[in-house]
Write a protein that binds this ligand. Sequence first.
Ligand code: FES
Length: 169
Amino acid sequence: MTGAGPRPEPGELARRGLLLRLLAGLQGAAAILLAVPVVRYLLAPLGARPAASVWQRLCPAADVPPGATVALKYRLPQAEGFRVSSADTATVWVARRSGRLDAFGAVCTHLGCSVAWEVRREAFVCPCHGGLFSRDGQVLAGPPPRPLERLEIKEEGGALWVRPARGRG
Ligand code: FES
């Protein structure tokens, strides 16, 4: 005796083979079903396009009178990384002087702290490392390597409108 059981009938072998193939098919289908959302998640950024940079209404024009420099919020036009959202906001400094409007991003070009307008010094000041920017956004002192980001701004229909740089995060 070899210890092996009775030999299966040919019909039983055929059923066993069919069940094994069916089981393998079900496993393959389950694997595909599980892989679809993972692949879609990984490939999503390739198909995503930066949101178009459009004019955004900031506030009534009267909110920034002549001589004033005011911090306002606007919506960021693009998401970061895999996250796609238009809910994020950023601060823009709007200045009206000598009949012209200027808009500057409030992010310091050194390490990204928020700058604030200081009336007494007539400059944008970064509290983190002493960065100092002129009323035109140029670097006056400290470690910032570049001027403040300038945003497009216009007055139309009694309101101020800003258009952020395309692709900014
Ligand atoms: S982050 Fe503004 S000076 Fe360093």
